[in-house]
Design a protein around this ligand. Structure first.
Ligand SMILES: Cc1cc2nc3c(=O)[nH]c(=O)nc-3n(C[C@H](O)[C@H](O)[C@H](O)COP(=O)(O)OP(=O)(O)OC[C@H]3O[C@@H](n4cnc5c(N)ncnc54)[C@H](O)[C@@H]3O)c2cc1C
Length: 514
């Protein structure tokens, strides 16, 4: 990848800034249309918002309640495509909505019938009313006192950062160049004041590159306004950042297969408790914030809010000491800032093109990344007068596509790559051993991640190639030294790299402990 950007003055069709769901979605759409495509990410792929979601591929029951039907309709169409194109990572999951008042089940049930109707022909099962007993069978830990009944509906669940990595591989399989730890420091303009490329800075070696393209796309999420200001110093603020946190508990708090939707929190939102990777994921909050960062910190009041709300619905009341990991993400919401509440700021996305032809796209949802990408390219092609090549991303299989992934046991998230990974592990008995005694993750997976998934730091493996930091922060600390040792041998770096990586991972992991 690096050798491709070292060729001086080579011209790309598109340079995309930002390696989250939006940017990588655009890279896939562009390269599969036939454009020469380069994507630059300042940190690791998915490091910012795209690895910190609630892990739902959904129409958004909440947006239905708010009456934003076009958004729900579009997201449900994309849900269907993702279930078809990445079946190894996206699957359906049942959600139970409990009703403790007589009116709740009919009210939510009717809304969810509309949700079914809007989803159209899909393999996802239809919603139905269930009795209190049926609900308690599905969610054995539910507070039964006063439970009248409930509604069961279905939505999509996925592993966000694994999908990101497979999306990077998809774009790469079709010939795109995608580089992590390469930040854009400035935009290059020609004499007519039109953008013609970017100045990139290699975060590992400090080398600088002038890279030229016909179009530059800003897909930097919460950082979008910083790039707009590289284009035009006085560009106004467009992003209203809003923080959402999740807490992770062990499986005993939600031992069944179904998730729980709590339909009306004190701040008039919804929260979810979801079985995720043999743990319980609970979220999220919606807190307007002013400071944006790649590593946002959960606030004590957000943790208390989630514990308080989930405790109203579960017999077993979780405490701070039960939290295995807590993580925060920042939504790149589009719209004016209301310091009191971002809960009603639109989840729609916005594409705009500046006078010097910087194309910026932000907002939206993970679920709609493909549609955002397709539309961004249509707008960019028209604005720049490029030869129109048709989008083919609708029916494009994502790298790792497999309908039999569950057969690969603990390697199932790798999809069809699990077979290649198994072959790698067979080469050396040491690679089949677990990284740490109680971990199901194998040493061979670290080697695989360095060779095939562009993992460059200990954090890249433990947080985003595997999800241990997000599931159990203490266990992830125990794994770090062995991960560092294996990575160092693959990357051919010395002991001081190992020590520096362990120290920086330990510091990072403090953010994930309550
Ligand atoms: C708490 C929470 C829960 C959510 N849950 C869901 C959900 O369940 N389902 C759903 O559909 N959506 C969900 N979302 C929304 C979804 O996660 C986001 O819409 C999506 O991840 C945004 O992706 P992005 O690529 O635009 O931004 P990001 O993922 O933030 O990517 C932007 C990238 O740009 C890079 N960058 C910035 N500046 C530069 C530079 N100068 N040079 C190079 N790179 C740069 C950053 O490092 C970053 O990686 C949730 C969001 C939050 C916060």
């Amino acid at each position: 990848m690096l050798s491709r950007i070292r060729t001086p003055k080579e011209q790309w069709d598109f340079i995309i800034i930002g390696g989250g769901a939006t940017g990588i979605g655009i890279a896939i759409d562009a390269v599969t249309r036939g454009y020469r495509t380069l994507l630059l990410e300042q940190s690791d792929f998915g490091k910012a918002t795209s690895s910190r979601s609630t892990k739902l591929i959904h129409g958004g029951v909440r947006y239905l309640q708010q009456g934003n039907l076009p958004l729900v309709y579009e997201a449900l169409k994309e849900r269907k495509l993702l279930l078809e194109n990445a079946p190894h990572l996206v699957h359906t999951i049942a959600f139970a909505v409990p009703g403790y008042d007589w009116w709740e089940s009919p009210y939510y049930g009717t809304g969810l019938k509309l949700y079914d109707l809007m989803a159209g022909q899909t393999k996802t099962a239809r919603s139905k009313w269930i009795s209190g007993k049926e609900l308690a069978d599905l969610i054995p830990t539910i507070e039964k006192e006063g439970l009248k009944g409930g509604v069961l509906y279905y939505d999509g669940q996925f592993d966000d950062s694994r999908l990101i990595i497979n999306m990077v591989q998809t774009a790469s399989d079709y010939g795109a160049t995608l580089i992590n730890y390469m930040s854009v420091k400035a935009l290059l303009k020609n004499r007519s004041n039109t953008l013609c490329g970017v100045l990139a800075h290699d975060e590992e070696t400090a080398e600088q590159y002038e890279l030229y393209s016909k179009a530059v796309i800003n897909a930097t999420g919460i950082f979008s306004d910083l790039i707009r200001r590289m284009d035009h110093k006085g560009a106004p603020q467009t992003i209203s950042p809003s923080q959402g946190i999740h807490i992770v508990l062990d499986k005993s708090f939600l031992p069944g297969k179904a998730a729980l939707l709590i339909p009306n929190t004190d701040d008039k939102r919804m929260i979810f408790a979801i079985p995720w990777k043999e743990h319980t994921l609970i979220g999220t909050t919606d807190t307007p914030i002013e400071e944006i960062s790649l590593e946002p910190k959960p606030r004590t009041e957000e943790i208390d809010f989630l514990l308080e709300h989930i405790s109203r619905y579960l017999k077993k009341k979780p405490k701070v000491k039960d939290i295995l990991s807590v993580f925060a993400g920042i939504r790149p919401l589009i719209g004016s800032i209301d310091k009191a509440s971002t809960a009603r700021v639109s989840r729609d996305y916005k594409i705009d093109i500046s006078e010097s032809l910087l194309i910026s796209v932000a907002g939206g949802k993970w679920t709609t990344y493909r549609k955002m990408a397709e539309e961004t390219l249509e707008r960019a092609i028209a604005a720049l007068g490029l030869k129109h090549l048709k989008s083919v991303s609708r029916n494009l299989h994502i790298h790792g596509y497999s309908t039999k992934a569950s057969l690969y046991g603990t390697l199932k998230d790798y999809g069809s790559d699990a077979l290649l990974l198994e072959n790698l592990i067979k080469e050396n008995a040491e690679l089949s051993k677990p990284i740490y005694q109680s971990s199901e993750i194998l040493k061979g997976e670290v080697v695989w991640a360095v060779r095939n998934e562009m993992a460059r730091k200990v954090e890249d493996f433990i947080s985003r190639r595997r999800r241990t930091l997000f599931l159990d922060a203490r266990l992830s600390r125990l794994m770090a030294p062995e991960v560092a040792r294996i990575m160092a041998s693959e990357l051919k770096v010395n002991d001081s790299w190992i020590n520096q990586q362990i120290a920086s991972f330990n510091k990072l992991s403090e953010n994930y402990l309550p």
